[in-house]
Design a protein around this ligand. Sequence first.
Ligand SMILES: NC(=O)c1ccc[n+]([C@@H]2O[C@H](COP(=O)([O-])OP(=O)(O)OC[C@H]3O[C@@H](n4cnc5c(N)ncnc54)[C@H](OP(=O)(O)O)[C@@H]3O)[C@@H](O)[C@H]2O)c1
Length: 334
Amino acid sequence: MKERDFYALVAYDGGNQGFRHEIVRKSTAELPPGDVLIQVKYSSLNYKDALSASGNHGVTKHYPHTPGIDAAGRVVFSTNPTWQAGDEVLCTGYDLGMNTAGGFGQCIRVPASWVVRKPRGLSLLESMRIGTAGFTAAQCLLHLEQHGLGPDKGPILVTGATGGVGTVALMLLHKLGYQIIAVTGKQAEHSALLAMGVTEVLDRHEFLADSEKQLLPARWAGAIDTLGGKPLSVAVKGAAFDGVVTCCGNAASGDLPLTVYPFILRGIHLIGVYSANCPMAKRLHIWDKLAGEWKLDLTPICRTVQLGDLGAAIDAMLAGQSKGRWVVDLEEAV
Ligand SMILES: NC(=O)c1ccc[n+]([C@@H]2O[C@H](COP(=O)([O-])OP(=O)(O)OC[C@H]3O[C@@H](n4cnc5c(N)ncnc54)[C@H](OP(=O)(O)O)[C@@H]3O)[C@@H](O)[C@H]2O)c1
């Protein structure tokens, strides 16, 4: 295979000067070994990418590095017979964008086992509007339903409601007929959340007011928490008997201040969600749902940026000011 040049966003460790990122011309010869070379058409920005781009060693250990845990594009070359040049494919999670050069580059090379055929009901662009954030929201909802919840069981709480995971979660819940209680730190977004079908919006400070108590009045049948810390503890303490709470994020904190009482007095189920290593059969099932009966029009909550505009989006995300989803269009790199 003839090597080719491409553009990528590269994050550098500037020591005392902090981390910086630049758009750099690279060669496919610099990509890690792997079975499948993919020309990336679209990626998306997730919280983990913002952490990787800003030097979080829990996500990325070695720099210079190209973040981007999501990629959608066409196979250029494959040593594995499952994949042929021209196939439209997705790659989300695994080690992509963590310590493997990721989707903020116009080419990636990955193991064949990480690659998913683009679902028939989605375009490459639509798949990256969903991206890891939307996939994770769907995974959380699947867990709630597998543990017996449904629209008739009571409202579902969603924290970090204006973020990527939160927004897709509440759109899925609304599509399926659930009542939704949304928690946000953004006062200005209350009416927009109500317009999206949310039943009740709680201000984050108000929501956390009684967070020191061991148990709270039961108000929701289940919760999709994206924040960790006190918000997750309130989600657990305020869930009704046999309630189901999914935990996927740490945007507020990695701590979890809880006692055993919600578990031994109300039988609450706390379910951890990690999309990156989601087994392939479950991964394909979730993508099928997102391309079929759970298909959403995410256009209104997505902004499309090019590599050169990603810096501002990353800063907004790290400051907790991001809203909805960011798609990265790699056709025009800069
Ligand atoms: N486990 C997995 O597989 C998986 C997959 C995807 C994402 N995640 C995690 O899920 C979380 C959300 O990801 P995302 O892509 O939705 O991020 P995002 O788009 O940046 O959204 C996070 C939202 O959380 C709220 N928030 C931010 N900082 C906060 C703080 N310090 N305290 C309280 N609330 C805060 C904000 O919403 P409001 O202003 O509306 O409150 C913000 O919009 C992240 O921790 C991410 O790492 C995990």
